[in-house]
Write a protein that binds this ligand. Structure first.
Ligand code: GLA
Length: 644
């Protein structure tokens, strides 16, 4: 049931007009009801973004054991594994077929020779990745595998020239999870000992009854659940349910909880909103290519989603493409930018290059311990965009040592001057700020108030910064997105997000009508911006810090030791719904602690403060008091902070 339909039924039985605390207690299925519980599963794995290596961008389906084990050896010998690069992930291309007698998957032993089992149950037929995963584990590494949520994988539609496509009858070539979830997950994790699985989605996307690929290659048609260009033609609930089934099977087959689920449905089906509830990471966009503007696209698909990432749950803008095309060893500025940006937004750091012949210049990028450390900071706070334009961005990330990391990012082809201000770092402008350059390790002279840099085309400067915090007895919520869970975002109808760079893509060139926004998530909660990417503003007063969200939303906030919640709340000046009013509530461990009067557009920001001493979970709820418009009501938790 959507929030809107719940509220409509509440209105029908006369609840909406009642005093709010009563409302909050009367409807147990109301998603806005405070639960006192962090509603995400507590995950033992991926407490920081996964790191390692993946075969796809380096080898596509021409993957083989020598290449993968070669990469694994370099990870260990070079010291990269000690920095955290431990997952070695085989992508598409490893299958031979699904055996029809019992549905067991067979490995293509021509490319994975160690998978041949002597004395197999069915002679010469049983194959196993166990020798391979044992070898990785002995090296102190972890092993990742790849599958598809449907019957067939992406390579079976897109890599038709490949020598490594599954073989045999239609049924034998059905190597995806559909109809085999428990069997396959058991095989991968219990029998073969994998630790990580990437679950792609071509099987529920491109094998429809009308698809040429189905007719011409004898696949069994599967009506698509995903339409990548139309959220209205995508069955969001069905897609989510399929991935949830995999999550359940993984839990059942991993009593020690040692597994990672990487959802790979390319930002479709509104996964940017629910991925955190189901998997450890979820792709926020289509595939990255080794092109600067495609990198921008993938970066943008994740960079505005800070509030959706946290320990155990990460936005995934895709594998790194460092070493190839615009990011090769002749384009180190671009390669460094790609790496710094992924690090700042807590993206997984998965190298995808033939490491057996990696030049030192590239090894130095992946091996920049300072930059890896900020990606792996235990706080898990994704960087937040402090300054945005299409030319330059400034991204600031809170570190658990009390400092900030800041990236100054020149997206364009002109040299450009960038002014960094104390306010962007949420530092006071009357105390010196010290920066340390994480590329060349230099420390410019301390500055007060603001400082200037000149950036080369496509350059990203990245610093660790220390200074005096604007609030010295606490923290703004927008500084700690890793401690905030958007339990209900108030989005009424999923809409494509238009604030993503639309590159001319490599496959379509300029045929057709162009790249249109396609990933739902527009209207999701934002740190330091409204859900529609405006500056936060209530009754004419602007806020540099705060949470922007739609009404009929509930956010959960972990509290470790703070005594007060404070905010200035109201309807944001940017709202298109100009009629309705909202009431703002603060709960502590499920109990109502404070609430605002009903506030509408134009009302002054209303101070809201609550005693949260001893409270472990704070919930902040904005609830529309009336509902006279189909437009969502945009609300702002200005300067929302946890204080001593
Ligand atoms: C999809 C995924 C890629 C890769 C390929 C394999 O395109 O998004 O990351 O796994 O399939 O075929």
């Amino acid at each position: 049931m959507t929030v809107r339909s719940l509220l409509a039924s509440a209105a029908a039985i006369g609840l909406v007009a009642l005093a709010a605390p009563v409302l909050a207690q009367t409807a147990p299925t109301d998603p806005l009801t405070a639960t006192g519980k962090w509603s995400l599963p507590e995950r033992a794995q991926a407490r920081t973004p996964p790191m390692g290596w993946n075969s796809w961008n380096a080898f596509r389906t021409e993957v083989d054991e020598a290449k993968v084990v070669g990469a694994a050896k370099v990870l260990v010998d070079s010291g990269l594994s000690r920095l955290g690069y431990t997952y070695v992930n085989i992508d598409d291309g490893w299958w031979l077929k699904r055996r029809q007698s019992d549905g067991r998957l067979e490995i293509r032993t021509a490319i994975f020779p160690s998978a041949r089992i002597k004395g197999a149950r069915i002679k010469g037929k049983d194959t196993s990745f166990r020798p391979y995963t044992d070898a990785l584990h002995r090296m102190g590494l972890k092993a990742g595998i790849y599958t598809d949520i449907g019957r067939n994988a992406c390579s079976q539609a897109y890599d038709l020239h490949s020598p490594n496509l599954p073989e045999g009858t239609t049924a034998e070539r059905e190597v995806g999870l559909a109809g085999h979830v428990d069997q396959d997950i058991g095989l991968y994790f219990k029998e073969w000992g994998f630790d990580y699985i990437k679950v792609d989605a071509c099987g529920i996307n491109v094998y429809g009854p009308d698809a040429a690929i189905v007719r011409e290659h004898g696949y069994r048609p599967m009506p698509p659940l995903i339409d990548q260009v139309s959220i209205n033609r995508t069955d969001i609930g069905a897609v989510r349910a399929l991935y949830a089934e995999v999550a359940q099977a993984l839990k059942a087959n991993n009593p020690d909880g040692d597994y990672i689920l990487a959802i790979c449905n390319w930002g479709s089906a509104n996964v940017r909103a629910w991925g955190k509830d189901v998997g450890h990471l979820w792709r926020t966009s289509g595939d990255i290519t080794p092109s600067w503007t495609r990198m921008l696209h993938n970066f943008d698909s994740a960079s505005t989603r800070a509030l959706y990432a946290k320990p155990g749950a990460w936005n995934d803008p895709d594998i790194l493409f460092i070493g190839h095309g615009d990011f090769d060893q002749n384009h180190l500025t671009e390669a460094q930018s790609h790496f710094a940006l992924w690090a700042m937004i807590n993206a997984p750091l998965l190298i995808s290059y033939d490491l057996r012949q990696a030049p030192k210049s590239l090894m130095d990028i992946w091996g920049n311990a300072d930059i890896v450390r900020l990606n792996q900071d235990p706080g898990g706070h994704q960087g937040v965009i402090a300054y945005a334009s299409d030319d330059v961005q400034i991204i600031v990330k809170t570190l658990s040592n009390g400092r900030k990391a800041v990236a100054l990012f020149n997206r364009g082809l002109d040299r450009t001057e960038v002014t960094l201000t104390a306010a962007q770092l949420k530092f006071t402008d009357d105390a010196p700020i010290q920066l340390r350059n994480l590329w060349d390790k230099s420390s410019p002279a301390p500055f007060t108030g603001e400082t200037k840099f000149t950036l080369a085309p496509r350059q990203t400067l990245i610093f660790e910064a220390s200074g005096k915090h604007q609030i010295d007895d606490g923290v703004y919520l927008s500084e700690i997105p890793g401690d905030v869970n958007v339990a209900v975002d108030g989005v009424i109808t999923p809409e494509p997000d238009p604030v993503i760079h639309r590159m001319r893509n490599a496959w379509g060139e300029t045929r057709g009508s162009g790249e249109r926004p396609s990933y739902a998530g527009w209207g999701g909660a934002q740190a330091d911006a409204t859900p529609y990417d405006q500056a936060l503003r209530i009754g004419g007063q602007g806020f540099d810090s705060g949470i922007g969200v739609l009404s009929n939303s509930r956010l959960e906030i972990r509290n470790a030791g703070h005594g007060r919640f404070e905010a200035k709340v109201g309807v944001d000046d940017s709202t298109r719904n100009t009629k309705d009013k909202a009431v703002f509530y603060v709960y502590g461990d499920g109990k109502l602690l404070a609430q605002s009067p009903a506030l509408g557009l134009g009302d002054r920001p209303s101070p809201l403060s609550a005693d949260i001493k001893g409270v472990r979970l704070v919930e902040i709820v904005a609830r529309s008091q009336t509902s006279t418009s189909d437009q969502p009501l945009v609300v702002t938790w200005g300067e929302a902070a946890l204080r001593r």
